[in-house]
Design a protein. Structure first.
Length: 413
């Protein structure tokens, strides 16, 4: 197909290109001045809104630490919380594998808790019974950019002496009860700037925390366990060749080339969110009458980042999700699935002896979900095409005889 609308595309402008060229000309390619600016502006981006709100107690300032992916950031945050061999981290199976993979990197075990079938986020009511004496951290994911019920999660964590790390890969910007994700009372929040995310650096991520000890540990461990990074090394009074290795660290720093993209993307984050919200509203309005379940919106007064638009096919619709996506592709529209729950993947299934029915809400949601393209590079006409394609495929399915299984085989390519 010549005019295929891909599922996702980054929105890179001349500003990003100029900023990267500036880095290239400067000669500073790896973590340096641009990474520092990106971190400062990211912390500022989040805390600007906090200042406008009433601040009753003095709190530690937010620190933002740039890393080369959200996966690295989650790994570092959990390491800084002291998660180690045999420990347990409570999370949801309804996520990308990176969320749980990093738990295994530390020799710890994920303990999965099923989702709320409406929001697709971890069900806070099921967390408490999953806690054991080995539990260290609760790791919720804001699926698609809809914030989790953070108040009960933080309440359980505080009462049971656990830490909270938020997987905010989708949540820039999203709010929970008027507060931006990243400024809540969790111990760390981790963002992704992967190419498909609302703002991107190609590959990249950010850890945000108010805990100076967590920030210091992440800072050291993201760059070889060296207690000063390259930028400080140059402005330090110690001789430039000197450094101290204090731990067997990782190589998780963000390059200035990537940070250059991030600096310009961050400036557009609010307008990106507005555009995404507008597109989500249009999908809602124009798909409302179809046998589909629309994605849950944010409560009144809160922001949804609309990183993903996860539509669910109603059980009355006589087409499988696979055929639906195939038919959309025939009409030139790329769709995707978020997510294949972890307990259905061979590694997680076999390692923890999991079966589909162990997390029934995650399993049932997965069977019916289709993510429609929603990104700022899409025009109104592109979105019209998606909506028309959805309506056509739904009509096609409705025209089939009741209980027709012929459809599924007839359409397989
Ligand atoms: C994209 C994503 C990640 C991983 O982000 P990277 O920056 O690619 O490491 C983690 N969790 C969720 C929910 C994601 O969607």
């Amino acid at each position: 197909m010549t005019n295929f609308l891909p599922f996702s595309m980054p929105d890179i402008g001349e500003e990003e290109i100029a900023e990267v060229v500036d880095s290239l000309r400067s000669g500073w390619l790896t973590s340096g001045p641009k990474t520092q600016i990106f971190e400062m502006e990211f912390a500022h981006f989040l805390s600007r809104r906090v200042k406008a709100q009433e601040q009753t107690e003095p709190v530690q300032p937010l620190q933002a630490l740039a890393v080369n992916s959200a996966t690295s950031g989650l790994h570092l945050a959990l390491e800084a919380m002291g998660v180690g061999p045999g420990d347990e981290v409570i999370t949801s199976p309804y996520t990308f594998t990176a969320t749980a993979g990093v738990i295994r990197h530390l020799g710890a075990n994920p303990v999965f808790v099923d989702i709320d079938p409406v929001t697709l986020n971890i069900d806070p009511r099921k967390i408490e019974r999953a806690i054991t004496e080995r539990t260290k951290v609760i790791l919720p994911i804001h699926i698609g950019g809809l914030a989790c019920e953070m108040e009960p999660i933080i309440e359980i964590a505080r009462r049971r002496g656990l830490k909270v790390v938020e997987d905010a890969a989708h949540a820039l910007p999203s709010t929970y009860r008027g507060h931006l994700v990243g400024t809540l009372e969790s111990d760390a929040t981790v963002y992704s700037f992967y190419a498909t995310k609302a703002i991107t650096t190609g590959e990249g991520g950010m850890i945000v925390t108010r805990d100076p000890e967590v920030a210091n540990r992440c800072r050291v461990m993201r760059l070889h366990g060296i207690n000063l990074d390259a930028f400080d090394r140059n402005s330090s009074t110690k001789p430039s060749w000197h450094y101290d290795v204090v731990a067997p660290g990782f190589k998780y720093n963000l390059t200035d080339l990537a940070a250059a993209i991030g600096i310009q993307q961050l400036k557009k984050a609010w307008s990106f969110q507005e555009r995404r919200a507008l597109m989500a509203r249009r999908y809602n309005d124009e798909l409302r009458d179809l046998p589909t379940i629309l994605p849950a919106g944010a409560p009144d007064g809160d922001l949804h980042s609309w990183q993903l638009y996860i539509l669910r096919l109603d059980h009355s619709i006589r087409i499988t999700r696979e055929d639906f996506i195939k038919q959309m592709a025939r009409r030139g529209v790329g769709c995707s699935v978020h997510f294949i729950p972890l307990h259905l993947h061979p590694y997680w299934r076999e390692t923890y002896h999991l079966q589909p029915h162990h997390f029934p809400a995650a399993w049932r949601a997965f069977e019916r979900v289709v993510s429609l393209p929603l990104y700022t590079k899409m025009s109104d006409d592109d979105q019209t095409r998606v909506i028309e394609a959805v309506r056509e495929v739904v009509d096609l399915a409705a025209a089939l005889p009741q209980n027709s299984l012929i459809y599924s085989t007839a359409c397989s390519d």
